[in-house]
Ligand binder design. Structure first.
Ligand SMILES: [Zn+2]
Length: 286
């Protein structure tokens, strides 16, 4: 089974023609030019349904299941439509309210999300809210993850290129050191291998049994660095805590990301099976 552990809700406006037209300010950036070239190799379909298009590309990429990560509480609702469209494929995660001083009973909201609506894990975006991951707002999420044995994907490391906010200031995964051992049954996933804090991320995954690393967006942003990082992480912790994630802004990018792994010659077949699905299946209790 192959699982994409880091995918967002695609919007129909983020098409390949928009990307190819250079309507973004990354023209001339190597990652961008490389991506435009790779797009030409990927077959797509014309459809007004972004969900249908996504499933088309998941089939091409041979991916069976996808963890959908909301970036705000509004997307918690949006995700339900995706799960309804393809309940066997899409696995909904939940973004708990992340505003201090709001009147919302966060604990209650989280319980409802898990018990009534069936969310299977959490996405933490505190680092986008000018808060470090050890902010007190993390505790209700950790408590619920501990109680229900649900994984928590924590945004660590760099935000998408072009993000006009100081996310990096808050997203060093070292903050996880403050609470990882206090919640031993809460499995914590560091996104983007924490890049550029990759050494810290690998050290945390080595130290704590409940800390994992996702590889999202590294395959298309920095393929040669990812090779090094995979070799280094494997040397220390093996491959049983590393998770494939695509993290694109359109469904074609799932294929670009998976193609990288399908062409790898420096890991064993067993390593790749772990990274591309087995580790995720264990975390999701599949
Ligand atoms: Zn992401």
């Amino acid at each position: 089974m192959r699982i994409d552990f880091h995918c967002h809700l695609f919007q129909l406006v983020n098409t390949r023609s928009r990307l190819e037209s250079g309507e973004v300010f990354f023209k001339g950036y190597e990652f961008y030019e490389r991506m435009v070239k790779k797009f030409q190799e990927i077959k797509s379909i014309e459809t007004p349904s972004i969900m249908e298009k996504t499933v088309f590309h998941l089939n091409s990429a041979n991916i069976d299941k996808v963890v959908l990560l909301p970036v705000n509480t509004k997307e918690n609702q949006e995700i339900k439509k995706w799960v309804e469209y393809a309940p066997d494929i899409f696995i909904p995660f939940y973004n708990a309210p992340e505003k201090a001083n709001s009147n919302i009973d966060v604990k209650n909201e989280i319980e409802k999300a898990i018990i009534e609506y069936g969310y299977k894990g959490f996405k933490v975006m505190l680092t986008f809210r000018e808060k470090k991951l050890n902010d007190p707002l993390i505790h209700p999420v950790l408590e619920a993850a501990q109680k229900y044995k649900l994984p928590i994907v924590m945004h660590c490391g760099y935000p998408p290129p072009g993000t006009r906010r100081n996310v990096l200031t808050y997203s060093n995964p070292i903050s996880i050191d403050d609470f990882a051992s206090s919640y031993p049954r809460a499995n914590i996933i560091i996104t983007h291998m924490g890049y550029p804090f990759t050494d810290i991320a690998i050290a945390l995954a080595a130290q704590y049994h409940n800390v994992y690393l996702d590889l999202s967006n590294l395959a298309y942003m920095m393929p040669s660095r990812l090779r090094e990082l995979l070799i280094q992480a494997k040397e220390i912790i093996g491959t049983h805590k590393i998770l494939f994630g695509s993290d694109g802004n359109n469904p074609e990018m799932i294929e670009i990301a998976i193609n990288y792994f399908d062409e790898i010659d420096f890991l064993t077949k067993e390593d790749l099976e772990n990274i591309l699905g087995l580790n995720a299946a264990k975390l999701l209790n599949l």
